[in-house]
Ligand binder design. Structure first.
Ligand code: 13P
Length: 260
């Protein structure tokens, strides 16, 4: 049975004080709840160590928002998989559209990071998604296929079993305009079938595919109850404890219904 993962991508938000102010109540709310969904928070690098200290033994997992594929050396400003492991990160977001757009990351570059992350026992949350222009041109599937093939190129079945994919249509990110549940389902079913073809059926059935893009407490349940939507990668609404908790709850309800 594949996992449902609700992850908060804080992006470039929260200093140390704000990290405490968010994580302490989150932890207190979730402690002893025995959730079936996996909860992940992805703070900025500067908050990872305190986040690790606060979250240890809570079951809430830690993820980073990026990493470089080299292990160490003269790469000013970069963070390596080894460093992320030292603060007990379990996940790392790779290829987010903001990295692609502002920092020129390509599928080939992301692919190198994916391989290195897995080598270091980090689970990559690999982001794919079309722009509005591409969608309106009718190129959504073409774009998704190119990205999925590119970022997963050369992975073994075993490596692929560590990967999480996040479908994040660029036009839905930070815009308040989420994909409809039908649009998310259609795209994510396409991705799963593509992965079944590139790898095999078992790998595809076990693959967690998250949806990201303007997920809110209001729309989370309808998105997460779609058969091929196995979680959410949440930006803005993951910055407030109350709204993040509501999205986690929506995920838990949707998952229990799917399992019954
Ligand atoms: P928003 O939820 O703010 O639209 O951001 C989505 C996202 O980019 C998560 O990675």
């Amino acid at each position: 049975m594949r996992k449902m993962i609700i992850a908060g991508n804080w992006k470039m938000n929260k200093d140390i004080k704000e990290t405490f102010e968010f994580l302490l109540p989150l932890k207190n709310n979730l402690i002893g709840q025995n959730l079936s969904v996996e909860v992940v928070v992805c703070p900025p690098f500067t908050s990872l160590f305190v986040a690790f200290e606060i979250l240890k033994e809570t079951g809430i997992k830690l993820g980073a928002q990026n990493m470089f594929y080299e292990v160490e050396g003269a790469f000013t400003g970069e963070i390596s998989p080894k460093m992320l492991k030292s603060v007990k990160c379990e996940y790392v977001i790779l290829g987010h559209s903001e990295r692609r757009r502002y920092f020129g990351e390509t599928d080939e570059f992301v692919n190198r990071k994916v391989k290195r992350a897995i080598e270091f026992d980090l689970k990559p949350i690999v982001c794919v998604g079309e722009t509005l222009e591409e969608r309106e041109r009718g190129d959504t599937f073409k774009v998704l296929e190119k990205q999925v093939r590119g970022v997963l190129d050369g992975l073994t079945y075993d490596e692929m079993s560590k990967v999480v994919i996040a479908y994040e249509p660029v036009w839905a990110i930070g815009t308040g305009r989420n994909a409809t549940p039908e649009q998310a389902q259609e795209a994510q079913k396409f991705i799963r079938e593509l992965v079944a073809g590139l790898f095999n059926r078992d790998v595809a059935l076990n693959l967690t595919i998250q949806y990201g893009g303007s997920v809110t407490p209001e729309n989370a349940y309808s998105l997460l109850s779609q058969p091929d939507v196995d979680g959410a990668l949440v930006g803005g609404a993951s910055l407030k404890v109350d709204s993040f908790l509501k999205i986690i709850k929506a995920g838990e309800t949707a998952l229990i219904e799917k399992r019954n």
